[in-house]
Ligand binder design. Structure first.
Ligand code: PLP
Length: 374
């Protein structure tokens, strides 16, 4: 009788793996998964409640398979002349990207990303049997058009993943990089814009590049700026032919009637929901300013998080020890596996206070006394 995973005839490439996911710990200050710290405002709670309730009697029927009304609302939100035919939605942008890999990747095909970037991209590649090439960035996490194009030419990937603003570094890509990659890539180019709403003024979106680029896909999500992570709604904008392609691999009724109704109600109240974005950007800029003022190196951020260096911290600038010490002070941040760096989400002013206080304590308390001259 099987007693564990290893006893089952699981795929060879999954053998020995552990499920991915940030620790979900019951801590007072949770700044580890870039959620929006503000709860859904009461008027929006009411509107979503009514919209969901209106669906309940008809739950004996399958939902609109094509989610047409929701896609029309998403097109309206994005603007840029996009229509329902350009939009596709799924349970989070993770599912959207999985569908893109199912349609354009798969066994014998390869996807390229520029590390460090979103850790789900290689995992989605793995799950769909798509080969993964971990491309490089420079020492400051930058990516120039020339460097990106050289890596695309070297690997000739079927899909390229770009992430702008990039997670975990926070920086938006120079649009020249997207342009150059589009020109050089033989296959699909996916620009993950999960944090677009937090970008600093003047940061362009790849949506503007969609006309004339049928191999470009821009993915977005309601998980971050909209504060709708629990609602699970992500989407893409692309040429209508791309939407046709993902419909070949999507499950027939992947998006529940409840999800569609809730997301539409949330979109109808987008001014209220997105009302927290300005306050969150203030906290992001405050974290950057405070940390820089304390001599801590940070990566410039267009997102709702900040990647900061613990190089000057003791013991030995080990981010795992600093992560643990912050947790002991009731603040959960993210160890993204980058030696010497941690990522913190920008939340409420009180959460920033707690983070900064904990950081000061940790910086000094964890420093071992050094003996000079030995
Ligand atoms: C958080 C995040 C997402 C969101 O995924 P959902 O499935 O929409 O919740 C997508 N891309 C990046 C880079 C992210 O950080």
């Amino acid at each position: 009788m099987p007693t564990g995973l290893d006893d089952l005839p699981i795929r060879d490439d999954l053998r020995g793996l552990r499920p991915y996911g940030a620790p979900q710990l019951d801590v007072a200050v949770r700044l580890n998964t870039n959620e929006n710290s503000y709860p859904v405002p009461e008027p929006v709670v009411d509107a979503i409640g009514k919209a969901v309730a209106a669906e309940l009697r008809d739950l004996n029927r399958y939902p609109d398979r094509d989610a047409v009304a929701l896609r029309a609302d998403l097109a309206d939100y994005l603007g840029h002349g996009l229509t329902t035919a350009n939009l596709w939605a799924a349970n989070g942008s993770n599912e959207v990207q999985q569908q893109l890999l199912q349609a354009f990747g798969g066994p014998g095909r390869v996807a390229l990303g520029f590390t460090p970037a979103y850790s789900m991209h290689p995992l989605l590649a793995l799950g769909t049997g798509t080969g993964w090439v971990a491309g490089r960035r420079d020492a400051e996490f930058g990516l120039t058009a020339d460097d990106a194009v050289a890596q695309v030419r070297e690997h000739r990937p079927d899909l390229v993943f770009l992430c702008s603003p990039n997670n975990p570094t926070g920086t938006a890509l120079d649009p020249a990089v997207v342009d150059a990659v589009l020109a050089a890539a033989p296959g699909m180019v996916i620009v993950d814009e999960a944090y677009a709403e937090f970008a600093r003024p003047g940061t362009p979106t790849a949506l503007a590049l969609l006309p004339g680029h049928p191999r470009l896909v821009v993915t977005r999500t309601m998980s971050k700026a909209f504060g709708f992570a629990g609602g699970r709604l992500g989407y893409l904008a692309a040429h209508p032919a791309v939407v046709d392609a993902v419909q070949l691999v999507r499950l027939p009724y992947h998006l529940s009637a409840l999800t569609q109704a809730a997301a539409r109600a949330a979109l109808a109240h987008r001014d209220v929901l997105l009302g927290t974005v300005a306050a969150i950007k203030q906290q992001r800029d405050r974290i950057v300013a405070e940390l820089t003022g304390r001599g801590i190196t940070v990566a410039a951020s267009d997102a709702n998080f900040v990647l900061f260096s613990v190089a000057g911290f003791a013991p030995g600038g080990d981010q795992r020890a600093v992560w643990q010490a912050l947790l002991a002070h009731g603040v959960l941040v993210r160890d993204v596996g980058l030696p010497g760096w941690l990522r913190v989400t920008a939340g409420t002013p009180a959460e920033t206070d707690a983070f900064l206080t904990a950081l000061e304590a940790v910086r000094h308390v964890t420093a071992p006394s050094r003996k000079v001259g030995q």
